[in-house]
Design a protein. Sequence first.
Length: 427
Amino acid sequence: MNAVDIIRAKRGGGELSDEQIDWVVDGYTRGVVADEQMAALAMAIALRGMTGREVARWTLAMIASGERLDLSTVDRPTVDKHSTGGVGDKITLALTPLVAACGAAVPQLSGRGLGHTGGTLDKLESVPGFRTELSNQEFLGQLRGVGAAICAAGAGLAPADRKLYALRDVTGTVDSIPLIASSIMSKKIAEGTGALVLDVKVGSGAFMTSVQPARELATTMVELGAAHGVRTVAVLTGMQSPLGRAVGNAVEVAEAVEVLAGGGPPDVVELTLALAREMLALAGLPGVDPAAALRDGRAMDAWRALVRAQGGDPDAPLPQAPETEVIRSTSDGYLSDVDAYQIGVAAWLLGAGRARKEDPVSAGAGVLLHRLPGNPVRAGDPLLELRADKPDRIPAARTAAERALTLGAQPPAPRPLVLDRVGGSGE
Ligand code: URA
């Protein structure tokens, strides 16, 4: 077996054998297959695609590259959620304690932001003291006690994906359906969850900008879950404009806490409840009403317990960036659109995201929307606010944020948040 033959086979549109896939994934994990060889293969896969059998085997090989967690000592049903990544997507922060408060256990292994999309771990680290690195023992202990943990995947879990994801990020091979599906599902299957709800984002702020490829990605992941005994449902949701009003780190935590307190922007509440219902149904708790747990404070109690268990102080003030600038409307009319991608870029330029994976992020930087798509506006009204630690971050972010805004004479047609569903009874 050698890497060059495998690259050439895929480059020519051929189908890789199980033996070739096992060999190349294992070889890459151990350093026998070089980065440049895997980069070439990833590009060939991105251009040529993979058959269902190839994706299934690739996923299996990535799971086999590391350990598989055993959650059988957790006495509640386990169910996790994964989003393919968006702008202002703070859903995990409120959803995880909410579902735990409703009786399931949520083993949430999350990632960091890269490029224009935010990462749950970066957001949580803006809570003073919060630790995102837990040992397997701590992770299991917290699932048994609090019923939820949100932390980084340990180094032993799908190490092939850890290495490959970093390589894809710098070689233009992230947005490939077989590579995304196998990356997400190898981690989720290795984490040991019994059930999984996937939030597949569609729109300018997502990897998938239209419904058709998003549905294909969703179907691929649902099939991979089913093949490994993980009950999996995917929900396709809009990411044309950011979720809620806040995009950044601490600002998103503050918005998630508003939701846990029974308030928050309507789209964030709607999506949190829709995903909670899917998760509870998959966990075998279909009659439990998550809206009641938001109303009566049980979800907030679970959040506070989760933050404390991971070393954080739920009462500590969140960091705030000192430099602010407000962008105002130049005319009367309606805010027709706020483009998610441009707002993600603005937040990233302000310091909320990183250009390379080793860069630090600013806890306080980000964008706050003062008006939402569809709102009427008058000339001079504040539309959004930029926040940064340093003034030199503002001008470039301002250009991106201004590009995000479209004003019109008529209100825009309402856009549904939940676009489709794949798997389970709705298949
Ligand atoms: N999230 C992942 O974990 N992997 C991908 O490839 C894309 C999004």
